[in-house]
Design a protein around this ligand. Structure first.
Ligand code: GDP
Length: 366
C-alpha cells in the first residue's frame, strides 16, 4: 500500500495488481496529482480500461449505486447470459430504472431473430428478479445498434447520472470507449473527476448537462466459464466472427463432445438433427455413447481440446444435467460456450459442463 489516493476516481493507489482498482506503475508515484492508470488512460487517450473487483467490494459498490438517483445500464454478453448476470443486482438497485444491453450481437448468425433474443433476455432477467425498462442489442466492437442505444439511454436517464455495470469480459470497456469517442467528437481529453465518498474506483465521464456517466469496476463472477480456463483456451472458445452453425444427424445413444469442455448425450427420441452454435474454432467430436467415457479418459487434452494443459489442472469435473425436451426447436444453452438447437421435440438428452457453469433450455433463437 502506498497511502496515496487517486485524484481521479478516489481508489487507493497500489502498484502490484494491474487489473485491480487504483493500480499505478511504481515509476509514476512521484507525480503530483497522482492518478491511477485507468484514470490516466481516460484522461490522455480517452479510453477506459477494465479493472475487476470481488464479491464483498461488489456489494459495497451496489449499495453505493442504490443510494443515488440514477439510470443503471447493465451490460451482458449474449453468449453468456447466466455467467454475466450480476447476482444480487435486483436487491440493491433501489427504485432506479435499469436498461439491459446485450452485447456481441455481431457473433450471432444472420438468420437470428432479434426479437426472440430480446424476449429471451427479458424473460431471463425477470426470472432472476430484475425488471428492466428496456433492452438493446448491440455490438460495441462493430458499432451495431450503438447509436440507438446511446440516444435511448440519454432519454431514459431523464437528466440523471448513469452507472454502467457488468461482469468482466462482457465488453463494458469497449462499450464505454465507443460512447466516449462519440461524445468527445474530436477526441479532446475528458477530465476524470474524483467521486467523493467512495474508494471503489468509479470513474466519472462528464455528460453535457453537468451530470455524469460512471464506469464501475467489472465484477468477477465465478460461474463464468472464462474463470476456469486459460487465456489461450479462452481464445479458442470465444467466437471472433459470425458463428457458422454445424449440423449433426444423431441416432439415439450418440454423444457430441465440444472440445473436452462440454458434452451432449442424445439418449432417446429416434433420429434427430442437432444444430450446434459454437466458436468456429472449437472442435466438435461425435462418438457412440458407450465409448464416450473412455474417449474422455484417454483423450482429454489431445483429441478433445481445449482444455489445454494449463486448464486441465484447474478444470472442475464435468457435471451431468438431464433434460426431457418436449417442444420442437429448443436450445440447450451451455453458458459461455454456445448452444445446440434440438429441432424436434420428444428427446431425452444429458448435457455436461464443468461443475459451477450453468446449462439451461430456451425456445430456439433461430
Ligand atoms: P470488459 O472486461 O467488460 O471491459 O470487456 P472488454 O471491453 O475488455 O471486452 C472483452 C472481450 O470481448 C474483448 O476481447 C473484446 O474485444 C470483446 N468484445 C467486446 N465487445 C464486443 C462485441 O461487440 N463483439 C465481439 N465479437 N467482441 C466484443
Amino acid at each position: 500500500m502506498t497511502g496515496l489516493i487517486c485524484q481521479g476516481c478516489g481508489a487507493t493507489i497500489q502498484t502490484t495488481a494491474p487489473d485491480q482498482p487504483g493500480y499505478a506503475p511504481e515509476s509514476s508515484l512521484k507525480r503530483e496529482d497522482m492518478v491511477c492508470q485507468r484514470c490516466f488512460r481516460l484522461k490522455h487517450y480517452n479510453e477506459v480500461q477494465d479493472v475487476s473487483i470481488h464479491d464483498d467490494e461488489f456489494l459495497n459498490m451496489l449499495h453505493e449505486i442504490g443510494r443515488k438517483k440514477a439510470l443503471i445500464v447493465k451490460i451482458v454478453d449474449i453468449f453468456d447470459f447466466n455467467g454475466s448476470f450480476i447476482p444480487g443486482l435486483p436487491r440493491f438497485t433501489g427504485k432506479n430504472p435499469i436498461v439491459l444491453v446485450g452485447n456481441k450481437v455481431d457473433l450471432l448468425p444472420k438468420s437470428t431473430n432479434y426479437n426472440k433474443v430480446k424476449q429471451w433476455l427479458r424473460k431471463s432477467a425477470k426470472d432472476l428478479g430484475l425488471k428492466v425498462e428496456d433492452i438493446y442489442l448491440v455490438s460495441a466492437k462493430k458499432g451495431i445498434g450503438m447509436k440507438q442505444a446511446a440516444v435511448k439511454i440519454n432519454e431514459l436517464r431523464n437528466g440523471q447520472d448513469v452507472y454502467v455495470v457488468g461482469c468482466t469480459n462482457v465488453g463494458k470497456s469497449t462499450f464505454m470507449n465507443y460512447l466516449i469517442e462519440q461524445t468527445t467528437g474530436e477526441k479532446e481529453a475528458i477530465t476524470t473527476s474524483y467521486f467523493p465518498g467512495t474508494t471503489l474506483g468509479f470513474i466519472d465521464i462528464p455528460l453535457d448537462d453537468g451530470k455524469s456517466m460512471y464506469d464501475t469496476p467489472g465484477i468477477i463472477h465465478h460461474h463464468q466459464m472464462a474463470h476456469y480456463i486459460s487465456k489461450s483456451d479462452l481464445k479458442v472458445i470465444t467466437p471472433k466472427k459470425e458463428i457458422k452453425p454445424r449440423v449433426y444427424q444423431l441416432f439415439e445413444e450418440q454423444t457430441l463432445y465440444f472440445g473436452g469442455l462440454a458434452r451432449l448425450d442424445y439418449e432417446k427420441g429416434g433420429k434427430h438433427s442437432f444444430v450446434c452454435y459454437f466458436s468456429n474454432e472449437l472442435m466438435i467430436h461425435r462418438t457412440k455413447l458407450e465409448n464416450a467415457d473412455r474417449l474422455y479418459a484417454e483423450h482429454l487434452g489431445d483429441l478433445l481440446t481445449p482444455p489445454g494443459e494449463a486448464t486441465m489442472e484447474q478444470l472442475p469435473p464435468l457435471k451431468p444435467h438431464t433434460f426431457q425436451i418436449k417442444d420442437n426447436k429448443t436450445d440447450i444453452v451451455f453458458s459461455g460456450l454456445g448452444w445446440v438447437t434440438v429441432t424436434e421435440g420428444n428427446a431425452t438428452v444429458t448435457a455436461y459442463l464443468p461443475e459451477g457453469v450453468r446449462v439451461g433450455l430456451r425456445p430456439s433463437l433461430i
